[in-house]
Design a protein around this ligand. Structure first.
Ligand code: ATP
Length: 323
């Protein structure tokens, strides 16, 4: 009898519940026992686990957030913390673990596997889409749809008043949310962490648009380490463009919530099942992903050390279409 434990860790992402449901039901299908761990690695250290059944995951697929809750655990970064976590798994005779989260979660999982040998399959659950080894991460599509809904609304008011709006979106190390929001939202300009843009570049681009009779503009800005980078940029631009009203909207945590889109529900369901099937097949220290619509497994080492660069075709499309 296999015993599989599931946790969600790091920043939450819409679709994590669909993934938990798929992992639980997949495990039961393969006649494994399932345990849910509350609060990510912190709950594992504190032995906060409970048995899950098929009905434990009824009616959660469509909800954002995670029924297992998420936490950032400093204690798991210590050897003593991880030892406690291992002992809790050993005591319950758990033979495999599904860890849903981002690169921090996978770093923890990789170290934990190397130290204690518990088989682990990671599932990429983060709105940032910044994980190597999968075309998309769980929550990304929903987050972009949320930003597009906001951008559409801001465009209405920007148009009415002839304003320039700077809209800050999430993705401090990865511009995927920013570039897709900019293309889908018809923005005039996008500021990405991967590409240095000076306030002068933004001013020149906005002035080009005004010369072509653009009465309002949208600039999508990927956040930096501290929220508010868009405020800083808007201030610098307003010192030069003085004949336009310039406003800033920071979208913040609304991008993490909400009901997952159909794309995220399907992705999360396939990845949750894929994680369990990987464990049943004897895979360990790997991450499950989907590339070209096929389930693939990548070593956790590669998932955390290799980067997934922005698709240059998106940057090219943005450049041409934002004229
Ligand atoms: P997101 O990309 O959404 O922020 P994440 O999984 O990268 O998600 P982190 O907060 O970076 O989120 O990591 C989640 C947890 O993983 C941490 O709170 C910690 O418990 C564990 N973790 C991260 N790095 C390490 C590490 N070097 N050693 C052990 N555990 C780690």
């Amino acid at each position: 009898m296999k015993r599989i434990a599931i946790l969600t860790s790091g920043g939450d992402a819409p679709g994590m519940n669909a993934c938990i449901r798929a992992a639980v039901r997949g495990a039961i299908y393969y006649e494994a026992e399932v345990y849910g761990i509350n609060q990510g690695y912190q709950g594992l250290i504190e032995n906060d686990m409970f048995r899950m059944y098929s009905h434990s995951v009824s009616n959660i697929l469509q909800h954002g957030g995670t029924i297992l809750k998420s936490a950032r655990s400093e204690e798991f970064k210590t050897k003593e913390g991880r030892k406690k976590a291992y002992e809790n798994l050993k005591e319950r005779e758990i033979t495999g673990m599904v860890a849903i989260g981002g690169d921090g979660t996978f770093t923890g999982a990789h170290i934990f596997y190397e130290e204690f040998g518990i088989p682990i399959v990671g599932v990429p659950g983060t709105i940032d889409n910044d994980i190597y080894g999968t075309d998309k991460t769980i929550g990304f599509d929903t987050a972009v749809n949320t930003t597009l809904d906001a951008i559409d609304k801001i465009r209405d008011t920007a148009d009415s008043h002839g304003r320039i709006f700077f809209i800050e979106v999430m993705g401090r190390d990865s511009g995927y949310i920013a570039i897709q929001s900019a293309i889908g939202g018809g923005a005039e300009s996008v500021i990405l962490p991967e590409k240095e843009s000076t306030p002068d570049d933004i001013v020149n681009h906005l002035r080009d648009g005004m010369r072509r009779d653009k009465s309002f503009s949208i600039v999508v800005v990927a956040e930096r380490d501290v929220p508010g980078y868009a405020v800083e940029l808007a201030k610098k631009v307003s010192e030069v463009i003085t004949n336009k009203d310039i406003r800033v909207t920071i979208l913040g945590h609304i991008q993490r919530g909400g009901s997952p889109t159909s794309t995220d529900r399907t992705l999360a369901s396939r990845l949750g099942l894929g994680a369990v099937e990987g464990l049943i097949d004897g895979k360990t220290n790997q991450m499950v992903g989907i590339i070209n619509d096929k389930i693939v497994y990548t070593s956790l080492h590669d998932a955390i050390t290799k980067t997934k660069p922005l698709n240059p075709d998106l940057i090219r499309a943005m450049k041409i279409l934002s004229m």
